[in-house]
Design a protein. Structure first.
Length: 350
C-alpha cells in the first residue's frame, strides 16, 4: 500500500497467517526428496507456486523451471506483503526486505569473483528488494568487482563497500566485501527501531538483535575455519545483544563455549532443541543450518508474544525464504545425484 496512513497489523497478520498455513511441511519434503524434477514441478503446481509454474512452464523444464518459479514466487509473495501494509508497518517490512538487495549484491560480487556468466548471475537474482532493474542490469554487466562497487556508490552499500574493497584486494577473499554488505544492511535496518519503548517495537528490536547475534556467530566461525589471518572482531556487526567485538574472536575458536554462551542467554529457553543440534553438528555447514533453524524458531516465538506487530510478518518472510531454499536444495541435490537421505540432511525444517 503506502507509507502514509495508520499501520494495519491486524489485517496484514491475518493475511500472513493464511499464507503461512500453505507452506510446505516435513511430510511434503519427505515426498519431494523421492521425486524427480518433473514430479517436483507438478507437485509445486498444486501448491502456492501454481501461477509461477504455469507461466514459466512453456519456456523451461526440470531444475531450471523449479529455480525460476521459486525466485518469481518469492518476489511475488513479498510484493503482496508490501501491497497489504500501510504506514509504519509498510516502512518496517520494506526496510527488512532490503535483505534481498544485499543478496543480489553478494550474488553479483560472487559471480564476478568466480567469472560466472552474466546470464547465470542474472538467473540467481531475487527481485524482491529496492534496487531497480536498470541498476541490477548494470551490475550484472559490469566487467569487474571494482566496477560493481563503483556502481553502488549512491546506494546504502556504497560507503562500506568502498572501504572494504581495499581490504579485498589485499587478502584476495570475498569475506571483507560480503561482511561490508551485511553491515550496511543491518545499520540501515536498525534506524528508528533500537531503543524503542513501545512493546511491539521492543519485541521487534529484540528479534533484530537475535538475528545479528546469530549472524556474528556464523561469521566468526566462518572466519576461524577459513584459514585466513583475519580477525573476527574486525567483521563484527554492531547491534546485537549477546557478544561484543573483542570476545567474539575467542568464542569463535571454541564451538562448545559459543553454544554455552547462547544457551545461558535470553535465547536459551526457546532455543533448547536447536542448541542441542548445534552441539551435535559435525561440520560448519551443519552448525550454520542449526543456527538458521534457531533463528526461525526464535522469530516464531517472538511473533506469538506480540501478534499485532511486524514480527509475525518477518517470521513469515524467514519461513518462506527457508521453504524456497529447501526446495532449491532438493532440486540441486537430485541434479547432483545425491541420495534422498543426503538431501534430507541439507534441509532446515521446523
Amino acid at each position: 500500500m503506502s507509507t502514509t496512513g495508520s499501520s494495519n497489523p491486524e489485517y496484514v497478520t491475518a493475511r500472513v497467517s493464511a499464507r503461512r498455513a500453505s507452506l510446505f511441511d516435513e511430510e511434503d519434503y519427505r515426498k519431494l526428496v523421492r521425486m524427480g524434477p518433473s514430479e517436483i514441478a507438478r507437485f509445486m503446481e498444486e501448491s502456492n507456486y501454481e501461477a509461477a509454474i504455469n507461466r514459466l512452464g512453456s519456456r523451461f523444464s526440470g531444475v531450471d523451471l523449479i529455480e525460476y518459479a521459486l525466485n518469481e514466487s518469492l518476489a511475488s509473495t513479498f510484493d503482496d506483503l508490501l501491497s497489504w501494509a500501510d504506514g509504519r508497518l509498510y516502512e518496517q517490512i520494506a526496510r527488512y526486505l532490503r535483505k534481498f538487495d544485499a543478496w543480489n549484491v553478494k550474488t553479483v560480487v560472487r559471480g564476478k569473483y568466480a567469472q560466472t556468466s552474466d546470464e547465470e548471475i542474472s538467473d540467481d537474482l531475487i527481485r524482491a528488494g529496492e534496487l531497480d532493474e536498470t541498476l541490477l542490469g548494470q551490475l550484472v554487466a559490469a566487467d569487474s568487482i571494482e566496477a560493481v562497487v563503483e556502481l553502488l556508490d549512491d546506494t546504502p552499500f556504497g560507503d562500506t563497500l568502498a572501504a572494504a574493497y581495499e581490504e579485498f584486494e589485499a587478502v584476495g577473499t570475498l569475506i571483507p566485501l560480503e561482511n561490508a554488505i551485511d553491515r550496511a544492511y543491518y545499520e540501515n535496518l536498525f534506524e528508528g527501531v533500537t531503543g524503542a519503548e513501545d512493546g511491539a517495537e521492543s519485541v521487534y528490536a529484540e528479534f533484530l538483535q537475535a538475528e545479528i547475534d546469530f549472524r556474528n556467530a556464523r561469521n566468526a566461525l566462518r572466519l576461524a575455519r577459513s584459514g585466513t589471518e583475519l580477525d573476527p572482531a574486525e567483521y563484527y556487526i554492531a547491534g546485537g545483544a549477546l557478544f561484543d567485538a573483542d570476545e567474539l574472536t575467542s568464542l569463535s575458536r571454541n564451538t562448545e563455549e559459543l553454544v554455552t554462551r547462547i544457551r545461558e542467554s535470553r535465547y536459551g529457553t526457546e532455543l533448547s532443541d536447536s542448541l542441542d543440534e548445534l552441539e551435535g553438528a559435525e561440520s560448519l555447514m551443519g552448525f550454520e543450518r542449526a543456527l538458521e533453524g534457531a533463528l526461525l524458531e526464535y522469530s516464531r516465538s517472538a511473533g506469538h508474544i506480540y501478534p499485532q506487530s511486524v514480527v509475525p510478518v518477518i517470521a513469515f518472510v524467514l519461513a518462506k525464504e527457508r521453504e524456497v531454499e529447501n526446495i532449491r536444495a532438493i532440486a540441486r541435490g537430485l541434479e547432483s545425484g545425491l541420495s534422498p537421505e543426503e538431501i534430507q540432511n541439507e534441509l532446515v525444517i521446523l
